[in-house]
Design a protein around this ligand. Structure first.
Ligand SMILES: [Zn+2]
Ligand SMILES: [Zn+2]
Ligand SMILES: [Zn+2]
Length: 152
C-alpha cells in the first residue's frame, strides 16, 4: 500500500480514526473492485492482500465504515449483501433485471433535487444511492416489447 490518500482514507482520517492495517487493506481492496463488491469477494481480496486479517476484523471494520458513511450496503439478487464505497456520498448504478448486469456511473444530476428535498423535509442529506433498473442491450433483444422497461 503505497498511496494512502484515496478518498476513503481521507474520509477515515477526517473522522479521526487511525489508519490501521485492516482499514487500509479493506479500503484498498474495495477501491480495486471498482468501489463495489460482495462480502465474499471482499473477504477473498483482503485475504489475498494480508492473510493475517481475520473475518471478524473485516466485518468489524466494515461496520465502522458503514457507520461513518464511507461504505453503504445494499441487498441485491436475494440475500447477497453488497458493499459500496461512497466517500463522496453517492453511488449510482444501472441494473439489468434480465441478467443482473450492473453498470456503475459517476454522473450526478441530483443536486437540485437534494436541495429541494432538504427544504421540504428539513433533512440534512448526506448521500444517496441511485439505482436504475432496465434491460441491457443484450437482454433487450430477448425481451418481449410489451414487458420492456417497466420493472420493478
Ligand atoms: Zn456500485
Ligand atoms: Zn441483461
Ligand atoms: Zn449522485
Amino acid at each position: 500500500m503505497s498511496n494512502h490518500d484515496s478518498p476513503g482514507v481521507i474520509a477515515l482520517r477526517r473522522a479521526g480514526y487511525r489508519l490501521t492495517s485492516p482499514r487500509l487493506v479493506i479500503l484498498d481492496a474495495l477501491e480495486n473492485c471498482g468501489g463495489h463488491t460482495t462480502a465474499a469477494e471482499l473477504l477473498q481480496a483482503v485475504t489475498t492482500r494480508d492473510p493475517s486479517i481475520g473475518r471478524a476484523s473485516v466485518f468489524r471494520t466494515l461496520d465502522l465504515m458503514v457507520k461513518l458513511g464511507i461504505i453503504w450496503t445494499t441487498v441485491q439478487g436475494g440475500s447477497t449483501i453488497h458493499y459500496m464505497l461512497m466517500p463522496q456520498g453517492h453511488h449510482h448504478h444501472i441494473i439489468c433485471t434480465g441478467c443482473g448486469l450492473r453498470v456503475e456511473f459517476e454522473d450526478c444530476v441530483l443536486g437540485t433535487l437534494v436541495k429541494s428535498l432538504e427544504e421540504r423535509f428539513g433533512f440534512q442529506i448526506e448521500g444517496h444511492l441511485l439505482e436504475l433498473y432496465g434491460h441491457c442491450p443484450q437482454c433487450r433483444h430477448k425481451t418481449p416489447p410489451s414487458e420492456g422497461e417497466t420493472l420493478p
